[in-house]
Design a protein around this ligand. Structure first.
Ligand code: NI
Length: 174
């Protein structure tokens, strides 16, 4: 297993629309293992393939308190959604940024698991938010797209500044 690099906003590759996975094979399972390692190490609750520059319809998640309920969703689709729910969201592509986003409160999602078997499950609360957030990633959509242009611009400037600083320190350390 190997830890992957998570793309940081405003990297344009986060805007790519992911392609359907035709076959769930060992290659895909190896990507899944690396994505879990990356997500747990970065202390995220979800990670979409798009965020590690792999433009396939796949995400991993673990919204449990003890981080011991790994879930894989391949070619996920929301088939039912009801209610509204507004909650703080963060994202591994936006370190240190949190913002309130309105989502459906309850959803039903169908997807393939890591063996290529189709499943369907209902979700609410944090898991429902996470699934909607990750499916957005696969469509090149980001949680800041729900905010006002002004707020989004402020977040972009903050992250670009932090990235410049990080690059500067990395260069000086060499
Ligand atoms: Ni995210």
């Amino acid at each position: 297993m190997a830890k992957m690099t998570v793309l940081q906003y405003p990297d344009e590759r986060l805007r790519k629309v992911a392609q359907k996975i035709e076959k769930v094979d060992d290659n895909i399972r190896s990507v899944i293992d690396d994505m879990f390692e990356t997500m747990y190490e970065e202390q995220g609750v979800g990670l979409a393939a798009t965020q590690v520059d792999i433009h396939k319809r796949l995400f991993v998640a673990d919204c449990s308190e003890d981080q011991n309920e790994p879930m894989v969703f391949i070619n996920p689709e929301i088939t039912e959604a009801e209610g509204h729910f507004k909650n703080d969201e963060g994202c591994l592509s936006f370190p240190g940024v949190y913002a309130k986003v309105e989502r459906a409160e309850k959803i039903t999602v169908t997807a393939l698991d890591k063996n290529g078997e189709r499943f369907s499950r209902s979700a609410e609360g944090l898991l429902a938010i996470c699934i909607q957030h990750e499916i957005d990633h696969l469509n090149g959509k980001l949680f800041v797209d729900y905010l006002s242009p002004l707020k989004r611009e402020r977040i972009r400037k903050k992250l670009e500044k932090e990235q410049r600083l990080a690059e500067k320190y990395a260069t000086e350390a060499h």
